[in-house]
Design a protein around this ligand. Structure first.
Ligand SMILES: Nc1ncnc2c1ncn2[C@@H]1O[C@H](COP(=O)(O)OP(=O)(O)O)[C@@H](O)[C@H]1O
Ligand SMILES: [Mg+2]
Length: 256
């Protein structure tokens, strides 16, 4: 294995990859190398400046920083929703800029579950229908698809809401549907941008508990937040300012 530029956690080497996903063999799941993202042409805005970051399987990480510091930009790049202006991004060892669009979409669909602050559910679909959308591009019989989607909703305590449309659900329930949609594919990475930002404190605590329950040795969970309580639950905290990483801290914990 190559020399790593900073401390790595004592956990998280995958034993076996789940079926149907990329094997990673202890390599970083996500890697940014000298990545910059510049918006605009005449007036250039550096949303990210020369950022390097490695995220290993098993990590539970928060990203914090003031508004405009580049958190969403970085998460979008990690989630292959966007491409860098310069630098290299590797997802499970693959340089994403070398992939064509369909392959990139496939990588995203197979390996990454994304959760947004504003849920981003499809209004005319039921909770079940929304979760099913994550499986649509896969070669799965409709009945199996429905069963898997139902199972994911059930895991999040939402089986009684399967037939409800988003407008018929509370914010906390909608975010749990969005979480069910993110986990139904059993992704290697779960990326969330302020997932508790639109929720009251009770619902935020519930959603956070669910995030904690998603930790596993094979998976990485990355959460952008401005809430210090939320950030405090993560094992690793990356702080951003003006498009750069200004701190990368590991919470010290006894290993079992
Ligand atoms: N699509 C865009 N076009 C132009 N500027 C953008 C765009 N998205 C983000 N920015 C700028 O990039 C910087 C970082 O934004 P962002 O990643 O959204 O920060 P954060 O999520 O930390 O609030 C900000 O200055 C923002 O105005
Ligand atoms: Mg943001």
């Amino acid at each position: 294995m190559s020399t790593q530029p900073f401390d790595t956690p004592p956990y998280g080497v995958p034993r076996t990859a789940p079926p149907g996903v990329l094997r990673t063999d202890g390599e970083p799941l996500l890697e940014l190398e000298n990545v910059s993202r510049v918006y605009g042409e005449e007036i250039e805005v550096y949303a990210l400046r020369d950022v390097s970051l490695r995220i290993l399987p098993g990590e539970f990480m928060s990203i914090v920083g003031p508004s405009g510091s580049g958190k969403s930009t970085m998460l979008g790049l990690l989630g292959v929703l966007d491409l860098p202006t310069s630098g290299t991004i590797r997802v499970a060892g693959q340089d994403v800029s070398t992939l064509d669009d369909p392959t990139r979409s496939k990588l995203r669909g197979n390996s990454i579950g994304f959760v947004f602050q504003q849920f981003h559910l499809i209004p005319h679909l039921t909770a079940l229908g929304n979760v099913e959308t994550a499986l649509l591009y896969r070669d799965i019989a409709p009945r199996d698809r429905r069963e898997r989607a139902y199972h994911a909703l059930d895991q999040l305590g939402l089986s009684a809401r399967a037939d409800h449309r988003p407008v018929q659900m509370s914010g906390g329930e909608q975010q749990r549907v969005a979480l069910a949609r993110a986990i139904v594919t059993d992704p290697l990475m779960i990326l969330a941008d302020e997932p508790t930002g639109a929720l009251d404190s009770a619902n935020a605590a519930h959603v956070l508990d669910i995030f904690r329950s998603l930790e596993s040795a094979e998976r990485a969970v990355v959460m952008v937040t401005h809430d210090p309580t939320v950030a405090g639950t993560a094992r690793r905290k990356v702080s951003m300012r003006d498009g750069r990483i200004v701190a990368d801290e590991q919470r010290v914990e006894a290993t079992t």
